[in-house]
Design a protein around this ligand. Sequence first.
Ligand code: SF4
Length: 137
Amino acid sequence: MEARKKIMCPSSKAQPGAQLLGVRQDDGTVAILPQPLRIDEAFVETANAVAPAEQRFRFTNKCVESGCMQWTGTRCGVADKVLSVLDQLPVVEALPECGIRPQCRWFGQNGPVACRACAFVITHTTEAEWDTQNQGV
Ligand code: SF4
């Protein structure tokens, strides 16, 4: 029997064992790395020393589905939320070279259009918005 493919979250938290997926640029967009880099405790500690690492970097880790508050029950709510404002984002013609595409939750769920929006996602921001919404603030 074929093993179930591991699906990767492209907007995960900075924690040992996760992989660095992208770096925020001066213009606010995220440069996706062609190959993600595994991070360790020292990286997490250093990156969080000034501000939450998720404000400046994107990380990827295994999608935990119902273990994540962004999971709707059948799919990732973040990807759908981002794509709902795609018409407000600059047009991106070429998809970034991305080492996790075959396993990416967002790509698997929404296809290439997810990659066009991907560079505009800052994990810390989406999580803060989500927390605000769910606290009824
Ligand atoms: S949405 Fe596209 S560019 Fe972003 S992590 Fe997934 S496959 Fe890579």
